[in-house]
Design a protein around this ligand. Structure first.
Ligand SMILES: Nc1nc2c(c(=O)[nH]1)N[C@H]1C(S)=C(S)[C@@H](COP(=O)(O)O)O[C@H]1N2
Ligand SMILES: [Mo]
Length: 301
């Protein structure tokens, strides 16, 4: 576990607005003094990093296995049995097998990560997750040299999931990352929010969080992770490849065919609050742009 990334957002950064604005002025001032041009767009406001409330985060959800309405997961996901839980890690790994969640957690450093979260539907939140780096989990299984992608699968339990009787998606919900994306220190497996165990509607007991991609890449209630040399099946991409790319990096310059991705509505911002600008890679451009050098992001969206 040598690869540690220092969280650049802390509750101290996120809450006091005056302090945050001060920090921005300091950074802007330093850049100007050094004759540099700011490398990234200004944040919409100091409130950009203020975490959403527990109620907002746990009552406005997308978890289609429990229904397609935003309040369906909070109403129905209590039916999901989350213990015992294990993750099957297989494919191109040295140590394939069923990894019991308590055994995984015993080996991981759980950290706080306050991340922006941007749904492809153009709403957003800021969520204070607890979790560990996906790379550390992949290390447990030992990724083999030829592995180029990581495939993820959500649990499928028709008796507990009222939504899966409808063929909205080709269940189980599946997602995938390129191996370098999966090994990036910003990609985490999240086990909690606000210091509490992950609520069922948010993907208990353990889910992926990839903060620079649209929310649907952050697959919930993960039971299987497969290392492979081929681009894996990804539910939304397969459902409509014209609308949902395999990469689905947050990008204000590439619109969804049916709506603009230039701005977003921050949940809890109030009925009349202005929409805010969507940031390239959801504000994580400095950290992740290197992964996509030489790629045409309008084509490989
Ligand atoms: N298994 C599964 N994972 C999922 C989804 C889903 O329907 N099923 N919805 C995705 C979408 S579209 C979003 S925006 C986020 C929502 O996460 P949240 O409810 O914790 O905010 O979960 C993603 N992960
Ligand atoms: Mo989403």
């Amino acid at each position: 576990m040598a690869r540690r990334w220092t969280n650049n957002l802390t509750p101290a950064d996120a809450t006091p607005r005056a302090l945050f604005l001060n920090r921005r002025q300091l950074i802007a001032g330093a850049a100007a003094g050094a004759g540099l041009v700011a490398a990234r767009p200004a944040l919409a406001s100091g409130d950009d990093l203020k975490p959403n409330s527990w109620d907002e985060i746990t009552s406005y959800n997308n978890y289609y296995e429990f229904g397609t309405g935003k309040s369906d997961p909070a109403a129905n996901a209590h039916r999901l049995t989350t213990s015992p839980w294990s993750i099957r890690i297989d494919g191109m790994v040295d140590r394939p097998g069923d990894y019991a969640l308590p055994d995984i957690l015993a080996k991981m450093d759980i950290e706080d990560r306050i991340y922006r979260f941007r749904c492809v539907e153009a709403w957003s939140m800021v969520i204070p997750w607890q979790g560990f780096e996906l790379a550390d989990l992949l290390d447990l299984a030992g990724v083999q040299d030829g592995a180029r992608y990581v495939a993820f699968e959500t649990v499928l339990r028709p008796k507990e999931m009222p939504g899966v009787r409808y063929p909205v998606l080709d269940w189980p919900y599946r997602e995938g990352l390129r191996i370098d994306e999966a090994l990036h220190p910003l990609a985490i497996m999240a086990t909690g929010i606000y210091g509490k165990p992950m609520p069922n509607q948010n993907g208990a007991p353990i889910r992926l969080v990839v903060p620079w991609k649209y929310g649907f890449k952050s697959i919930k209630s993960v039971v299987r992770i497969t290392l492979t040399d081929k681009e894996p099946f990804a539910s939304w991409n397969k459902y409509n490849p014209r609308e949902y790319g395999f990469y689905s990096n947050v990008n204000p310059n590439v619109d969804h065919p049916r709506w603009s991705q230039a701005t977003e509505r921050r949940i809890g911002g109030g009925l009349f609050s202005a929409r805010q600008s969507t940031l390239m890679f959801n504000g994580y451009e400095d950290e992740v742009a290197v992964l996509y050098e030489g790629m045409d992001l309008a084509k490989d969206f």
